[in-house]
Design a protein around this ligand. Structure first.
Ligand code: NCD
Ligand code: ZN
Length: 345
């Protein structure tokens, strides 16, 4: 039995670091294990221009504790006012690694997102031309579409038309939660990839709703039924290079989660790698973990894999704090519901 596993240092291809006191508290939780991360731009106000991204990157680097090695890969929040030339300059200078599309109103801090997709056509064409990936929050926002159907409907109504209208656009479907998304990705050419979160490999919708409402399992896209979780596990552990890790670790204070109208987001940065090793072992796929965490993402983004290595060792249960303290208040760490035996060293 494998008791120890050496992996190239992982990257997180979808991460929320927030700002200010929250940034200071959560950044070390990712930087401890991850070399790089795609940083989500949904601050208030959002990171829209190259100027915003440069300032945010500076704040992240200023918050990074001495001695920690971490590179934030910045993104721009696509709005109907986004200037294609600003995006192209930000890409050419190496400042941004992707542009993020939020349908307006889809999730936390997405009010400035896109309503009319024709208005972003010029930016998308420019991105296709320069090879800059589009990261997509894949949910429609129509009130008449059931929340559990919003990802599948998005593929037909929005994503597929965008990709047809913009040939060559490289797209990452982020935090996929359905077998529909997995099937769509595998049916398409290699210019489409998908990230999968840690928590969607662990929970289904019953974990949120059965036997009491559990706000710390509520995130967007919301976890679906068990058949979908199984499809995500199969995709993540398949070795298919179009699927890679994006934790979507999304901290909110307990006060904001444990509320009559709680915020969406699971905070998984601290224990993600221990959970993933557990999941991949359960699936008999430990040999494919490195592809998912450390190789497929860089390949899609055209970056070298990390040279540094981490070791995962199996042994006595690894204690993780149930919450971390931040200047804004406590933030609960995702509880996978099982003991974690894989330790990162
Ligand atoms: C994210 C957040 O809190 O910023 N929440 C979430 O549930 N995943 C936004 C997002 O990625 O949808
Ligand atoms: Zn997210």
């Amino acid at each position: 039995m494998t008791q120890s596993l050496i992996l190239r240092r992982p990257d997180d291809w979808h991460l929320h670091l927030r700002d200010g006191a929250m940034l200071e508290a959560v950044l070390p939780e990712s930087a401890r294990h991850f070399a790089r991360a795609i940083i989500m731009p949904n601050l208030v106000p959002p990171v829209v221009t190259a100027h915003d991204a440069r300032a945010y990157r500076d704040r992240i680097m200023a918050a990074l504790p001495e001695g920690m090695d971490f590179t934030p890969l910045m993104t721009l929040y696509l709005t109907e006012q986004t200037d294609p030339d600003d995006v192209a300059d930000a890409h050419a200078s190496g400042l941004v690694s992707a542009v993020k599309l939020y349908p307006a109103g889809a999730t936390t801090n997405s009010a400035s997102g896109v309503r009319d997709f024709d208005k972003v056509r010029g930016v998308l064409d420019k991105m296709a031309e320069i090879g800059l990936p589009l990261c997509v929050h894949g949910e429609v926002t129509d009130a008449d579409i059931d929340i559990f159907d919003r990802e599948a409907v998005f593929i037909d109504r929005v994503l597929d038309p965008i990709r047809r209208a913009t040939p060559g656009l490289r797209v990452v479907m982020e935090h996929v939660t359905t077998s529909d998304a997995v099937d769509y990705v595998t049916s398409q050419p290699q210019d489409l990839a998908a990230t999968i979160t840690t928590h969607h490999l662990v929970i289904n919708r019953n974990h949120i709703l059965a036997g009491g409402i559990r706000p710390h399992y509520y995130c967007l896209p919301v976890a679906k039924r068990e058949t979908h979780r199984r499809a995500l596990r199969a995709a993540a552990t398949s070795g298919d290079a179009r699927f890679f890790l994006g934790t979507d670790s999304a901290p909110h204070t307990d006060a904001l989660k444990e509320s009559a109208c709680g915020c969406a987001g699971c905070f998984t940065a601290p224990n993600t790698l221990s959970i993933l090793a557990h999941v991949f072992e359960e699936e008999g796929a430990l040999s494919r973990l490195e592809g998912f965490t450390s190789l497929h993402g860089p390949a899609f983004y055209g970056l070298p894999a990390n040279e540094a290595r981490i070791t995962l060792t199996k042994g006595d249960p690894v204690p993780y704090p149930s919450r971390i303290e931040t200047g804004d208040g406590p933030v609960t760490v995702f509880d996978p519901g099982f003991a974690l035996h894989w330790r990162v060293t």
